[in-house]
Design a protein around this ligand. Structure first.
Ligand code: SF4
Length: 174
């Protein structure tokens, strides 16, 4: 991966764009939750797929799908955002929310589970809170079953977040 763009504000959010070795673009974001300082809450949002096969009408990631991002590609996104601020690999943030989402429906990439499992191999982050944002598509049962086991094993007591999104353009259903 190679970083090709970085825009935003340290006190709000920074959007990064990188290009993979295969030429695919990937977007990832770090953000704060004002007025909380970074030491209280820091949100790292990473892409899990190159585009997305779900093709929701509301989403810019939908019109194309070029494959899954590898575990290494997801760790690369995280390292790009973390290493500049915490080069000693210790992240003293009370709530470090790592959000696995766009681009990409995360349940289509089993390597997301590996990133959650292995995060503490690389960083000492007592506030690490994985967060999965999913539409729970058909076929995601295996991912979600493994996620439940992982959550029960390592992320009890409010240290895990699961967000279900239901998208529709039908105004009668909203
Ligand atoms: S599932 Fe999510 S990432 Fe995929 S097209 Fe829909 S909104 Fe976009």
């Amino acid at each position: 991966m190679k970083l090709i763009s970085q825009q935003g504000r340290e006190d709000l959010a920074i959007v990064y764009v990188a290009r993979s070795e295969g030429g695919n673009l990937v977007e990832f974001v770090e953000s704060l939750h004002p007025p909380k300082p970074r030491e209280e809450k820091w949100i790292l949002t990473i892409s899990t797929l190159y585009g997305c096969p779900v093709n929701c009408t509301i989403c810019d990631a939908g019109p194309f799908y070029l494959g899954r991002i590898s575990k290494e590609g997801m760790f690369w996104q995280l390292d790009k955002m973390i290493s500049g601020k915490y080069p000693d690999e210790h992240i003293p943030v009370k709530q470090l929310k790592v959000h696995f989402t766009r681009m990409g429906e995360p349940t289509f990439n089993m390597a997301v589970l590996d990133v959650i499992k292995e995060f503490d191999w690389y960083w000492k982050a007592p506030g690490f809170m994985p967060s999965i944002s999913t539409i729970a598509p058909r076929g995601s049962e295996k991912f979600l079953d493994e996620l439940i086991s992982l959550k029960n094993e390592k992320f009890m007591n409010g240290r895990f977040q699961l967000q279900f999104s239901i998208h529709t353009t039908d105004s009668k259903k909203t």
